[in-house]
Write a protein that binds this ligand. Sequence first.
Ligand code: MG
Length: 383
Amino acid sequence: MRCAALIVAAGRGSRFGGERPKQYLDLAGQPVIRHTVRRFRDHPLVDAVVVVADPSHRACYEEALADLAIAPPVTGGDSRQESIRRGLEALAAADPPELVLIHDAVRPLLSPALIDRVVTALSDADAVLPVLPVVDTLKRVEGEQVVGAQAREGLVRAQTPQGFRFATILDAHRRLAGAELTDDAALASALGIPVRTVAGEERNLKITTPADLAEAERRLVAGQRWRTGIGFDVHRLVPGRRLVLGGVEIPHEVGLAGHSDADVVAHAITDALLGSVAAGDIGQHFPPSDPRWRDVDSAVFLGRAVELVAAAGGRVENVDVMLMCERPRIAPYREAIRARLAELLRLPRECVSIKATTTERLGFTGREEGIAAQAVVSVALSA
Ligand code: MG
C-alpha cells in the first residue's frame, strides 16, 4: 500500500529562545529536520514525504532540505492540528496514499524498525499509536505542594509517528477542524475510531529544550556504526557503442561494450553499495543472462542498491570514484557526473567525488582497450 509521511515543522519553539526555530538547529552536523526527513525518505515502506512548514522559515527550510528531492512544503496553519489538516489536504489533492504517518520534525532519532511496526500494524488497524510505559511515580501538586497521587496503571506516553488509513484521518480532520485536540490519535478517538498501540522507543525523544538537543546529539553519535564498501569494474571500448560514465553520455569515437549501458562508474558504485551491507554483488542481483537488463540504464542498478542499503538500516554518506581512462578527458564532464550521481544516490553533491587518472599508456586502459573504475562508499548504520 502506498504510504506517505507527513512531517510537521510549522512550530515556532518558544521554549527554546533564539532566532532559529529548533527544527532547523544543528544536530551532529545536519539540521534536526534533515535527520527526520531522511529517516522517512530512506525507508523502503515510505513512498512520499511531505513537510508542513512555516513560510517565514523558508531560508532555513531551503538550506536544510532543498537537495533532498521531496515534494514542495505545505504552508502550516495557526495550530498543529490546522497545519496537519493542510498537509493532509495537500496529499489528497495530489496523489492520495492509502496510509499516512504523521510525525513531529523535532523527533529525529526514530529507528527504521519503529516505522516498520507502525506500517505493519496498519494492515489491520485504522489508527496506530507508538507508546511507552510510564515508569516514574506520578503525583498531583499545587504549586510546590504535593496534594495527592496518580496511579500509573493504564497510563502510557504517546509518541509519533502516528499511523492512519489516509481516508480515515483526512475525514477526522475535516469533521473536527478547529477542535484543537492534542494529537491525531485524539481526533480518531473523538470519533470512536479504535487506536491500536505499538511499542514506542526511548531514543525517539522530542527535542523541546537545549538539554534535549544535547541528549539527541549524544545518542546519535554514540549509536552510529559505520560500514565501507568497495567496487571495481571494467568494460571494453568498442566502436558503435555509446560512452556512458556515471549516468552521463560523453561524446567519443568509441563506447563501452556490455549487456546493459556498460556504465563502469555506476557498476563500481553499485558493487560498493552492495558490499557495504554484505548484500552480494551486481552479477547476483542483475545477471547478464537476464534479458531484462539488456541495454538498461544503470541508474536502475544504483537505485536498487540504494534501496538495499536503506533496507539494512543504512544511509549512504559519501562515495569516492577513481576512473582509469586514457581518453577522453573526464574533467569537462566531472560536474555533470557528480550532479547526476548525487541525484541517483540522494546525496548532496559535496558528498560525491569523481577522480580520473590515465595509466601512463600502460596496460589495457593505457592502450585504450577499456576503461576501469573503482568506488568506495561510506554508509552510516542507525542503531
Ligand atoms: Mg559492469
